[in-house]
Design a protein around this ligand. Structure first.
Ligand SMILES: Cc1ncc(COP(=O)(O)O)c(C=O)c1O
Length: 386
């Protein structure tokens, strides 16, 4: 039976990673991979994380299971960090990364009788796969004008109007992947009104807290929305904010009526139990140690500030350049690691083949992957193709 399985296409990003690795040019530029890189092109372990690991190594007394909900102190601390006092009333469960949290949320929606999840386009390419894996229908709705690099709220709301009550909508809280385009506070308020009008459930994906304007600033809009809606699902990834990608640290939070919370928790516990039983401990323990110790927390915030400053500086340098048809100046206003340039397939291929510059097929660039010394060459290559 297994021998009949059809071959599945590999993740398109893996293809680009492989092509980059095999490119012998020494001046090639990797803007494809979605991890933060410092000015020297490294993805270092944060000092606060190393220090927290030393504390854990010295103090850990057991390796028994952490329990169905996961590390409750971790959940309290990341809930507070993301949602402030509101989080106390949310149902929460630790998850295997942000991806695992998204999958738990999608499974919970299906258990609740949900049928469809709206995906404002373009979205993070794993969103549709997660939605479909939970046996829900992924519905694309327009969201962003790439040529003009702007959010199109009218198009988004027109998409909402075609949906059914009980559908959910995935909204990225900050530092949109792949667009870098975030909602303003005013737009979050409009979103809350539109969601309530159409009976849609916000499914918030928070994966880059601290990478945009600041730890609190990056969640201000999502908090405004959460205050205004009766139900919501929030998936959090700590991969980027703590630079602990491989530790797979995430959490799922659910806002619902008090009377529904016990049932919600029991459903989440059952979904998790049948999937991976208990969450991994180490990464969540690191985050718990960092957030609960004043010195470690300050050290972490300082390093996160440096990461954000580095990204913003690269954005400003790119925005100062003029490239024919590309509205470069808007790159400075965008947030987080990613922007998607208005380039077609032929232009993306020409950048790759003729200039050794690698971005995703959809022209997403990882701004943090661009070293200062490479900016002039990158801009000249853009001018040559655009
Ligand atoms: C928008 C978005 N959501 C969720 C995730 C999931 O993060 P992870 O599963 O690595 O914690 C990512 C990672 O790239 C992302 O970009």
């Amino acid at each position: 039976m297994i021998e009949n399985l059809p071959l599945k296409a590999p993740d398109p990003l893996l293809k680009i990673i492989k092509m980059f690795r095999e490119d012998p040019r020494t001046d090639k530029i990797d803007l494809g991979v979605g991890v933060y890189k410092d000015a020297s092109g490294n993805t270092p372990v944060m000092k606060a994380v190393k220090d927290a690991e030393a504390v854990l190594l010295a103090g850990q007394k057991t390796k028994t299971y952490v329990g169905q909900q996961g590390d409750v102190d971790f959940l309290k601390l990341v809930g507070q960090l993301a949602f402030g006092e509101m989080a106390r009333d949310f149902v929460s469960i630790q998850a295997v990364g942000g991806t695992g949290a998204l999958r738990l949320g999608a499974d919970l929606l299906r258990e609740s009788g949900g049928k469809r999840i709206l995906l404002p386009q373009p979205c993070w390419p794993n969103h549709p796969a997660i939605v479909r894996a939970a046996r829900l229908e992924a519905v694309d709705v327009p969201f962003f004008n790439i040529a003009e690099q702007r959010i199109d709220m009218d198009a988004l709301f027109a998409g909402f109007a075609t949906c059914e009550r009980g559908d959910a909508v995935i909204l990225q809280a900050c530092c949109h992947n792949p667009l870098g385009a975030d909602f303003s506070i005013e737009q979050w308020k409009q979103l809350a009104d539109a969601l309530n009008t159409h009976g849609l459930i916000p499914f918030i994906d928070l994966a880059y807290q601290g990478f945009g304007d600041g730890v609190d600033e990056d969640v201000a809009g999502a908090r405004v929305l959460l205050e205004r809606v009766p139900e919501a699902i929030m998936a959090i990834s700590e991969a980027k904010s703590f630079g602990i990608y491989r530790e797979r640290v995430g959490a799922l939070f659910v806002k619902t009526a008090e009377k529904a919370r016990a049932a919600t928790m029991s459903n989440l516990a059952q979904i998790a139990r049948a999937n991976y039983s208990m969450p991994p401990d180490h990464g969540a323990a690191i985050v718990r140690e960092v957030l609960s110790d004043n010195a470690l927390r300050t050290s972490w915030r300082d390093e996160l500030d440096q990461i954000r400053s580095h990204i913003k500086r690269t954005r400003r340098m790119l925005a100062a350049e003029r490239v024919n048809s590309i509205p470069m100046h808007l790159i400075a206003d965008q947030k987080g690691m990613f922007s998607t340039l208005p380039l077609n397939d032929a232009q993306v291929t020409a950048l790759r083949e003729q200039h050794g510059i690698y971005m995703t097929d959809a022209a997403r660039i990882n701004v943090a992957g661009l070293r200062e010394a490479d900016i002039p060459r990158f801009v000249e290559a853009l001018k040559a193709v655009a």
